[in-house]
Design a protein around this ligand. Structure first.
Ligand code: ADP
Ligand code: MG
Length: 448
């Protein structure tokens, strides 16, 4: 069977052979039957001897030798096992290296691009890290200075965790600071209270001695003046004697208040129904108040019983009402109130059940510097003969002796409230906490 070379050429033309490649078909004898490049020159010829040598080694393979027209190529061949014909193609080295260069260039460009992208990405990530960490600097410094810290939310989870840790640390520090301040405040209060009690004790002892001797001196002075006053008729001399008598009587009063203040032990401790005690004093209190102001009561419906010397309690309330009167003009109001209160480490660190007896007025109030020393014995802002400076000191001493405390709240031009906290008395002896400072045992028969 014969095949026309033109027919074979048509087959070759139909293939999409890449630009520059040379493809040829050779028959069993190695004669070129079809060729894509210059077929008119080479059809009918044999391949170069080197080509024949290299392609004869196997059924198919790769060869590397110049073509008949001398173009350096690298190519491949395949010999059909049925017909013995062979197809060979050659890729000119120039085409091949150009393609290779292109591929290499594209690859390098891609590599550079990837590197660049990587660097950009790294820079962006590092900026984020730096930004996030910097955002923590201010809160960390604020933490060191015990200031309020404001932790922003940042892009990095781990740094946010650090931020939360900073916030928690700050809260813990704040809590500790509050506790420390509270402890210091309590310590200062206790020290102040101790100092005041010791001072009261010392002054009380001194006052007792002086008042006793002074009282003894006053007795004959008064007796003699009384006798003289009866015997002398001269009005001018009588006036002088009366003046002397008035002064001596004031001295006696002073001695009495000194004695009351100096009294070491409460003499008649009973269980007191505080509301009843206050209501029983209404007449005396109205008298003490005089025409200045109005007296009102605001008593707890079921005030707990307290334990103490009822006379001293009366004296304390009278003292407070007199102070209120002295601080007020005619429009004022004095309110006496009682209230059951459970304290938790308050006022001189007291805890437990107390009855608060408060005397409030709408008077002048006290500036802070007077408030700070108002409880001091002998401190007075009143003119001689009007004040002894022993009223509030006695009140404080009484409250302390009962196991309680006295507290003043005052606002200038608004008024003053003095509150006496007295421990709740239990009428069951076993649950009675008692107070050693109370001297002798209470008369439990008095419980109402
Ligand atoms: P005295 O009344 O003899 O001056 P106190 O110990 O009772 O002594 O009071 C001391 C001082 O505290 C008073 O002189 C006054 O300045 C001030 N004070 C006391 N109670 C009040 C009050 N209710 N309002 C304003 N100031 C007061
Ligand atoms: Mg007074």
């Amino acid at each position: 069977m014969g095949i026309l070379p033109a027919n074979v050429a048509v087959i070759l033309e139909r293939q999409k052979i890449p630009e520059g490649w040379i493809v040829a078909i050779l028959d069993t004898g190695g004669t070129i039957v079809a060729r894509t490049k210059d077929p008119e020159l080479f059809i009918g010829q044999q391949g170069t001897p080197e080509f024949q040598r290299q392609t004869s080694r196997a059924q198919e393979g790769i060869y590397e030798t110049p073509t008949l027209e001398g173009i350096a190529v690298i190519g491949g061949y395949h010999r059909s096992s049925i017909t013995g014909w062979m197809i060979a193609f050659g890729v000119p080295k120039s085409v091949y290296t150009t393609n290779l260069r292109w591929a290499l260039m594209i690859q390098s460009a891609t590599a550079v691009l990837v590197l660049l992208l990587g660097a950009l990405l790294a820079a962006s990530i590092s900026r984020r890290i730096v930004r996030s960490i910097r955002a923590m600097t201010t809160p960390a410094l604020a933490l060191g200075l015990s200031r309020k810290i404001d932790v922003p939310t940042v892009e990095i989870r781990e740094v946010n965790e650090l931020g939360h840790a900073l916030t928690t640390a700050s809260q813990l520090i704040n809590q500790r600071e509050v506790e420390r301040d509270e402890a210091q405040h309590q310590k200062a209060q206790i020290e102040e209270s101790l100092r005041r009690s010791q001072k009261l004790e010392a002054i009380g002892q001194m006052a007792a001695t002086i008042a006793h001797d002074f009282g003894n001196l006053l007795t004959p002075i008064l007796g003699n003046l009384d006798m003289l006053e009866e015997r002398i008729d001269d009005p001018r001399s009588r006036l002088r004697i009366n003046n002397a008598l008035a002064s001596a009587k004031r001295g006696q009063q002073l001695v009495r208040s000194l004695m009351a203040f100096a009294r070491q032990e409460p003499s008649a401790v009973t269980i007191i129904d505080i509301n009843q005690a206050i209501l029983a004093m209404e007449g005396v209190l109205e008298q003490s108040l005089g025409t200045i102001g109005k007296l009102i009561f605001n008593l707890a419906s079921e005030a707990w019983p307290v334990r103490g010397d009822a006379t001293q309690l009366e004296m304390a309330i009278i003292n407070l009402v007199v102070n209120a009167r002295d601080a007020m003009t005619a429009e004022g109001t004095v309110q006496i109130s009682t209230m059951n209160r459970t304290l938790h480490s308050e006022h001189d660190n007291l805890s437990g059940d107390y009855v608060a007896v408060a005397v409030s007025d709408t008077g002048s109030g006290m500036p802070p510097e007077i408030l700070a020393v108002a409880f001091e014995p002998l401190f007075t802002t009143k003119e001689p003969g009007k004040g002894t400076g022993l009223g509030l000191a006695s009140v404080y001493r009484f409250a302390k002796q009962c196991g309680g405390v006295a507290v003043i709240e005052s606002e200038l031009r608004k008024g003053t409230t003095v509150t006496i906290y007295l421990p709740r008395a239990r009428n069951d002896a076993t649950t009675d906490s008692g107070d050693s400072r109370l001297g002798r045992a209470a008369d439990l028969g008095d419980v109402k």
